[in-house]
Design a protein around this ligand. Structure first.
Ligand code: ZN
Length: 208
């Protein structure tokens, strides 16, 4: 299982704090048969993390249940579980796409030659995925806002007109995320973006 937590605002902060020392965290096994047994420290593996200008190798720490063997890996929130590019790079690419930039131009803008660049097709893949997931994620965030007592018509901020496009939904998700993170006191700096903090809150299948 993967836990996503805030463990520093970026790769270098994470390296400084946890490059040689695991985060001081405790987990209890969720398996009903294990009676909330505390998980043991269980080594680490190395993950490549690529920012706009640099590539890092980060230790990802694991914990393991001594009874059932279930493991937990703890990922800093700026890492995507499935890819090398850090979340703020992906978010910057999505922002540029919303502004109408071509995939080729975005690729040149978000990754430098120093780290080997990025293929426009990769950016296109991110965008397709983002469009496909935005609706489900936006509805989840809207439900959270309602739970927090935001009672105005959140759907009204979705789109004007009759048929919302996937791009309208991506814009709506932006608006909702901004309100949600602000409500939780998590409104992040423009450099860090919103997706990293959001991923510590969203259910696994809705993570951005
Ligand atoms: Zn267990």
């Amino acid at each position: 299982m993967i836990e996503i937590l805030f463990l520093g605002k970026n790769c270098s902060a994470y390296c400084k704090r946890y490059g040689e020392k695991r985060p001081d965290l405790q987990f209890a096994c969720e398996n009903s048969g294990c009676n909330c047994r505390v998980l043991h420290e269980h080594g680490c593996f190395w993950r490549i993390a690529v920012t706009k200008h640099r590539q890092y190798e980060l230790p990802i720490y694991r914990w393991r249940c001594p009874i059932c063997g279930r493991t937990v890996s703890v990922l800093p929130d700026f890492l995507a579980p499935w890819g090398h590019f850090v979340i703020p790079v992906r978010e910057a690419a999505m922002k540029r796409r919303q502004l109408g930039q071509s995939f080729r131009k975005i690729a040149r803008g978000v990754a430098s030659a120093a780290i080997g660049g990025i293929h426009p097709k990769t950016v296109k893949r991110w965008w397709t995925r983002h469009l496909a997931k935005a609706g489900g994620t936006a509805l989840w965030v809207a439900a959270e806002l309602i739970r927090f007592g935001v009672d105005e018509d959140l759907l009204r901020s979705h789109f004007r007109g009759v048929n919302p496009s996937p791009e309208d939904t991506v814009r709506w998700l932006d608006v909702l995320l901004q309100r949600y993170l602000r409500l939780l006191g998590l409104d992040p700096s423009p450099l860090r973006g919103r997706f990293s903090s959001s991923n510590t809150l969203l259910p696994v299948h809705l993570r951005i």
